[in-house]
Design a protein around this ligand. Structure first.
Ligand code: WT7
Length: 635
């Protein structure tokens, strides 16, 4: 399998079916793009009319303190009003908001009315625990309906949620709790995965021991195994929502459009995770508009975004975007291959899923098992497919298109980031596709590929991906660290006022953008974004390790896997059993996704004279490639 994501045979175009184009929300991308760019603020103001606002805005965009942009200044709103409250007053109260299947085969579904009531009950619980507007609540759970309810309940009362992906472990969770200063943690006893239990509560207990700011822990009973409940600190979710205080009526907090909605931690260059901050007003507009147009969301669709709610994809396109549109979403708890590799395809047939949105790594993982597992099932309900998280290689694209989409379903390859809140480069069903390219910018966005000095790169030339104008769901800052926000995203092209995405890319002669990969010390493993520094500090926290460096190596299924190089302390002995111990240690401290596939013990690491590890040299050596410029190498 070729891992070259950005060089499909030239001229490989996929033209959409005319019938499909005619019936989409946006039959003419070019016209809409033109309209948007003529007056970006007027364009967003017009789209914002699809939402309800408690009070209108005075101005659409305030750039006076750029890069601290503000959107819909003066407007009063709450994202939950648009995601739930307003639907309970229309026919949608009876529509299914969520259809859910557990890994064990158990099923639940919830109408908009029910989801609204459950959200209100839990919102009242949080209030009674003293959670007020602006307070942070950390949520650490598997893919169960309660994760959605917990997020919505926070937003409803103006609290700021910080969801930590259930695949993270003790130290990663502790760091994120500490940074957010959350007094309440919402978790579950466990999560079902591959037929086993992920012991979420056990991990949470250790994290809370390390970050004692947490005063109360609310525990959803999911798996039912014995867990420790700390008296006076831990409460069962089902006990709380059955208290009289947990009524099904709860006022929605009136928020300023720019009030914080959530913090979501993502990896960057240093070990400290970045708390990306999003707000109520612009985010609700951008997530719903992008979802409606890119995936042509209609009332009779059954939408399945197979991501985890704990990542931005889940925040924007499982929780907020679909609910604002009043769509029906499907959510599945477990692993795609449990108990057999037909699990996803069986569920698409069972539930009549019309749109599937997933990651290349999942596609490659399922493709490995061959076509027969998919061919057993009737997948004719599907009309659109989507991809996100990393470049999709042509083989995976073709398999997805042929075996899953039966050559009927266009694939929407969406490029975006935790920081952008929503799709930035993405086609719409009317846009001709080139496998491997996320195609062109969303209307209202000026995206380019430029060199170091900011000059536009010639077609086919590699450069830095930049966004040249603000958009409604852009991150507002890094929680507690505005300097890092400026430094990380706005410093490089300060003179021009452009946002630096951190990816390298190229544009072709048709203006299509091909994203190549990260330019910083971030590794994409199975679509998850991991910082080398966080994994390295996980390794070094083991007493046998003095120093560590990790790199990403291309991998057929995961996109990349992690390889680690460790210098041991003087009295530690290199052995196979130590390798296993270190893997286990990383699994515990950071999480299973961060575990290196290979660990090598070395006597030294290539470093610059200022002591920075030159990971690119390690990587070149590992891949047997030329080592490039070594002039800054110390030794
Ligand atoms: C990074 C952002 C956006 C939700 C999931 C990831 C890479 C994302 C694509 C795509 C090529 C992609 C980029 C980006 N990426 N989508 N369609 N084609 N690369 O969010 O964890 O913040 O990661 O994912 O490198 O910078 P994230």
């Amino acid at each position: 399998m070729s891992l070259e994501p950005f060089s499909p045979p030239t001229g490989e175009w996929y033209h959409p079916d005319e019938e499909l184009v005619k019936n989409t929300h946006v039959p003419d991308y070019d016209a809409l793009y033109q309209e948007a760019m003529t007056d970006i603020e007027a364009f967003w103001a017009k789209q914002a009319e699809a939402l309800e606002w408690y009070e209108p805005w005075e101005r659409v965009l305030d750039s006076s303190e750029a890069p601290f942009y503000k959107w819909f200044i003066g407007a009063k709103t709450n994202i939950v009003h648009n995601a739930l409250d307003r639907h309970t007053k229309t026919w949608r109260r009876n529509k299914l908001a969520l259809i859910w299947e557990g890994e064990q085969g158990d099923r639940r579904s919830m109408s908009y009315w029910r989801l609204w009531q459950e959200t209100n009950r839990f919102a009242n619980v949080l209030k009674s625990m003293g959670i007020n507007k602006g307070d942070r609540v950390t949520i650490y759970m598997g893919r169960i309906p309660e994760i959605m309810i917990a997020m919505l309940a926070c937003a409803k009362i103006g609290a700021v949620h910080s969801v930590v992906y259930g695949g993270f472990s003790e130290q990663a969770l502790a760091d994120r709790i500490e940074d957010a200063q959350s007094r309440v943690l919402v978790t579950a006893d466990g999560a079902w995965l591959r037929g086993g239990i992920v012991p979420l509560k056990e991990t949470a207990d250790e994290a809370v021991r390390r970050s004692p700011v947490v005063e109360s822990v609310i525990v959803v009973k999911r798996t039912g195994q014995d867990i420790h409940m700390e008296p006076g600190r831990d409460y069962w979710y089902h006990d709380l929502i059955n208290l009289p205080i947990a009524s099904t009526k709860c006022e929605t907090e009136v928020m300023d459009a720019e009030d914080p909605l959530f913090i979501l931690y993502t990896s960057g260059t240093t070990g400290k995770p970045k708390g990306v901050l999003h707000t109520h007003g612009g985010y609700q507009l951008y997530t719903s508009t992008t979802l409606k147009w890119v995936f042509d969301m209609k009332d009779d669709d059954r939408w399945w975004c197979a991501a985890d709610p704990g990542w931005i994809t889940g925040h924007s396109y499982i929780v907020y975007g679909p609910l604002i549109l009043g769509a029906t979403s499907f959510m599945y708890e477990g692993a795609p291959t449990h108990p057999y590799p037909n699990r996803w395809w069986r569920m698409i047939e069972d539930y009549g899923i019309t749109i599937l949105y997933t990651a290349p790594t999942a596609i490659r993982g399922l493709m490995r098992f061959g076509d027969a597992w998919a061919n057993r099932h009737d997948l004719s309900s599907l009309r659109l497919l989507g991809s996100v998280g990393e470049p999709i290689n042509p083989e995976a694209w073709r398999w997805y298109h042929t075996v899953i989409g039966k050559e009927r379903c266009p694939i929407m390859d969406t490029w975006w980031q935790t920081e952008t809140g929503g799709f930035i480069i993405a086609p719409m069903p009317s846009v001709p596709l080139k496998p491997g390219s996320a195609t062109r910018p969303f209307p209202g966005l000026d995206v380019d590929v430029v060199d170091e000095a900011g000059n536009a790169c010639a077609p086919g030339e590699d450069g830095y991906l930049v966004i040249k104008n603000p958009w409604p769901s852009m991150l507002r800052t890094i929680f507690g660290d505005p300097d890092r926000y400026v430094e990380q995203y706005w410093h490089r092209y300060e003179a021009q006022g452009w946002y630096l995405a951190g990816d390298s890319a190229r544009k072709d002669e048709d203006g299509y953008i091909w994203v190549i990969g990260r330019i910083d010390d971030v590794i994409k493993v199975s679509g998850y974004r991991l910082g080398t520094a966080e994994i390295e500090s996980g390794l070094v926290s083991h007493p046998a390790v003095a120093e560590a460096a990790v790199i990403g190596i291309p991998d057929e299924v995961k996109g990349n896997h992690i390889e680690a190089y460790c210098i041991l302390v003087a009295d530690a002995e290199a052995s196979d059993s130590l390798v296993e111990k270190l893997k286990d240690h990383v699994r515990h401290e950071v999480g299973p996704i961060a575990v290196p596939t290979r660990i090598s013990f070395v006597d030294s690491l290539p470093k610059t004279r200022s002591g920075k590890i030159m990971r690119r040299v390690l990587k070149a050596r590992a891949l047997g490639l030329p080592e490039g410029d070594l002039s800054t190498l110390e030794d």
